[in-house]
Design a protein around this ligand. Sequence first.
Ligand code: NI
Length: 184
Amino acid sequence: MILPVYLYGSPVLRKKAESISPGYPRLREIIENLFETTYHSDGIGMAAPQVGISIRLFVVDTSRIESDEPLLKDFKKVFINPEIISYEGEKVVYNEGCLSIPGIREDVERETRITIRYQDEDFNEHEEQFEGYPARIIQHEYDHLEGRLFTDLLSPLRRRLLKSKLNAISKGKVDTTYRVKNVR
Ligand code: NI
């Protein structure tokens, strides 16, 4: 089922999400809905708080991006209770957007390599290193579980310049091709 995406300004996007355990109700369905909503909105990943569910879960799927980048092929994963245990490498700047902040794209500086511990959809434990674009997406989605948005990482000047646009989004004054919701 395609779910509405919560917009900037919704309190759920600012909450630290809760860890979950294997018996969590309707988890399969939530995961399926997250993927469906991601595809519908032409995204490459989505965190549960973005559909109003404050749990430590996000999904990523870059397989639909046309690219020769081998790191992006078959990169489809479910991350449950993730914990980034180290950030490494140099910081690089990349232009980011977010389905909860439609119409805004900004250069964001992040580390090139991360090590993350997480559980998959069957609650098997993994510890993996990611770099490049996948590491970038994971850091972005992970931030959602911490109540952090990419606009928080911009300079105070950039944030000031975006303020009126962000205010408009939080009032639902925004055009999107996908369903959105703003809860204030
Ligand atoms: Ni996002």
